[in-house]
Design a protein around this ligand. Structure first.
Ligand SMILES: Cc1cc2nc3c(=O)[nH]c(=O)nc-3n(C[C@H](O)[C@H](O)[C@H](O)COP(=O)(O)OP(=O)(O)OC[C@H]3O[C@@H](n4cnc5c(N)ncnc54)[C@H](O)[C@@H]3O)c2cc1C
Ligand code: FES
Length: 270
């Protein structure tokens, strides 16, 4: 599980502007992973970085959905079918299994680790409501895929874009009242920019919603030994990346305020 395994890239799909979905096979990951866990991806000659898994398919097929934001992710996005990556994992704690009715909230590529959870809900025929937020239509991943996946089992699928180019104009958190006043949910799951998660956390706390969020911090070892991913008392790579609402209480003052860079220095979040 901890030794990197070399995998051939099977397919690369354009997901949105600067965002690609990369397909590969790995039996170790596919046989153990639960939605929300992450893997370490080695990009030859560049770096090893943490990635959520955005698809868990049949015959060991897996996918990651990558936004090009720096050297490693740009190189990963430039790889083609037949190129190679190294993978190890799965790591961390994933989401709890879905209940009978579920609300899933994603912001941009934050929707990536939520996608296998949605696939799971559809397979188990439990209710799934999805809210997806992005900057604009061209920069928001998964719209088409979600429309296809949810076609048969659509409770509600709503998209917001900040520029109004698709769905409702605004932020995904603007939809919380509308959706939550009409429905009650056994589970609420969220992943995306930390300011969005903070808003959802405060909202859920007031209304006692059964929230779970996936957080990001700088990850180096991925296995709990280097200490670079600490947030309050938690290591993101072992105790996270998924946290339940009661666990967030201990990091309430950090959430949406501070992160750490590669040298462990605290830096304010914008
Ligand atoms: C658990 C987890 C799951 C993630 N899942 C996804 C995903 O599904 N899709 C996706 O596009 N991105 C995901 N990320 C973020 C991704 O790991 C970073 O964008 C990537 O490491 C940036 O590397 P870079 O060299 O391209 O950019 P850099 O120029 O090195 O950095 C750009 C930004 O990414 C952050 N970053 C850089 N290296 C790391 C690292 N080792 N760990 C965490 N953050 C880092 C930096 O702090 C900076 O904010 C995830 C991160 C974590 C912690
Ligand atoms: S990344 Fe090393 S302890 Fe979490």
């Amino acid at each position: 599980m901890h030794k990197p395994r070399i995998c051939k890239i099977l397919k690369v799909e354009n997901e949105a502007e600067n965002i690609k979905t990369v397909y590969f096979k790995d039996r170790m990951i596919s046989s153990r992973i639960i939605p929300g866990q992450f893997i370490m991806v080695w990009i030859p000659g560049v770096d090893e970085i943490p990635m959520g898994v955005s698809h868990i398919g049949l015959n060991s097929e897996l996918a990651i959905t990558v936004e090009a934001v720096g050297e490693a992710t740009e190189r990963l996005c430039s790889l083609k079918e037949g190129d190679f990556i190294g993978v190890r994992g799965p790591y961390g704690r994933g989401f709890s299994p879905p209940g009978l009715s579920n609300l899933i909230i994603g912001g941009g590529t934050g929707m990536a680790p939520l996608m296998p959870l949605i696939e799971h809900c559809v397979r188990e025929k439990v209710k799934v409501n999805v809210l997806l937020g992005g900057g604009s239509l061209s920069k928001t991943p998964f719209i088409k895929k979600l429309k296809n996946i949810l076609n048969t089992q659509l409770e509600c699928f709503k998209v917001t874009t900040e520029d109004g180019s698709y769905g409702c104009k605004g932020l995904v958190t603007d939809l919380l009242d509308e959706v939550l006043l009409k429905n009650s949910f056994e589970r609420v799951y969220a992943c995306g920019p930390e300011l969005m998660l903070k808003k959802i956390y405060e909202y859920s706390l007031e209304r006692r919603l059964p929230l779970e969020v996936s957080l990001e911090r700088y990850i180096k070892c991925g296995i709990g030994i280097c200490g670079s991913c600490y947030i309050g008392p938690y290591r993101i790579c072992v105790e996270g990346p998924v946290f339940k609402i009661n666990e967030l209480e201990k990091i309430r003052n950090i959430l949406g305020e501070w992160t750490r860079d590669s040298s462990g220095r605290l830096i304010p979040l914008k």
